[in-house]
Write a protein that binds this ligand. Structure first.
Ligand SMILES: Nc1ncnc2c1ncn2[C@@H]1O[C@H](COP(=O)(O)OP(=O)(O)OP(=O)(O)O)[C@@H](O)[C@H]1O
Length: 256
């Protein structure tokens, strides 16, 4: 089960650190440094009933630009906890998380929120769409929230919905769409503000295998056209086959 937005720390001072740029993209619209994200020696624990629960126990990980990376592991192994850290929703007790030139482990909540709004898109198992808004309006709302100028909305909403194969269902509301179509709207919403990283927590868990495969094919296509890196969790062994890299988590650590 996805449990995003559940943990927030108060945090210390900002440290933006410059790293040497390695350009991997020739796209005029996006210059991506490699690696996009590094996680080093990360530990995360929680106090539960007066006792310390160690959830992440020394995570080392890297996301290279334009990769599809999957996290697999049993329920409770710590995948969502790690995704929350990567997305800047939470901070580690120990270790470093560097996203582009930003040191997430040192930056404040407000600083991480600003970076997240600009650079990261989220996709959830349960789609998280506004039920009374059409597909078009849901994507438009994402652009409004990201502070994108209104003059750009129309072309961008159309582009994103066409990209995910919903060109003919732009004005349907969520209840008029299948689960797979609703997840496509969620993908269009997540990419609308042109993030460099998409984080998806069990995005195919509520779909049958055929719809799940279609969502993976949409992921592959947006990676190319939008120059996006995707990191997702999954339990589904058939879906793991399309990953560029799979990290397997066992008891708070990766096993090779
Ligand atoms: N804020 C929190 N406070 C206390 N315990 C937490 C908190 N967040 C996560 N945990 C615990 O950390 C462990 C790992 O949870 P997490 O959600 O990361 O696992 P998961 O691998 O994503 O599981 P699933 O596949 O079921 O979503 C669980 O035992 C969970 O109860």
């Amino acid at each position: 089960m996805a449990r995003w937005f559940r943990k927030k720390n108060t945090s210390e001072a900002l440290a933006f650190e410059e790293e040497p740029a390695v350009e991997v993209s020739s796209s005029p619209s996006r210059q991506i440094k490699s690696p996009l994200l590094t996680v080093s020696g990360v530990h995360r624990s929680f106090q539960v009933g007066g006792q310390r629960l160690d959830v992440l126990k020394g995570i080392e990980m890297e996301l290279k630009p334009l990769q599809l990376v999957m996290l697999k592991g049993r329920s409770g192994s710590g995948k969502t906890t790690l995704l929350n850290l990567i997305g800047g929703l939470d901070q580690p007790n120990e270790g470093e998380i560097r996203f582009q030139e930003h040191a997430f482990h040192l930056s404040s909540d407000d600083e991480r929120t600003l970076i997240r709004r600009k650079e990261i898109g989220f996709i959830f198992q349960s789609y998280a769409l506004m039920p009374l808004l059409s597909a078009w309006e849901n994507v438009e709302l994402a652009l409004r929230m990201a502070g994108i100028p209104r003059s750009e909305w129309k072309a961008r909403v159309k582009h994103c919905l066409e990209l995910v194969g919903l060109g003919k269902r732009m004005h349907h509301r969520p209840f008029e769409l299948s689960g797979g179509e609703q997840q496509r709207v969620a993908i269009a919403k997540a990419i609308a503000h042109r993030p460099s990283l998409i984080l998806a927590d069990e995005p195919t868990a509520e779909l049958d295998s055929q719809m799940g495969a279609q969502i993976m094919s949409v992921f592959r296509s947006i990676m190319k056209t939008e120059q996006i890196t995707i990191c997702m969790t999954t339990h589904d062994p058939t879906i793991l086959e399309v990953a560029d890299h799979v990290y397997e988590m066992v008891d708070g650590k990766f096993v090779s």
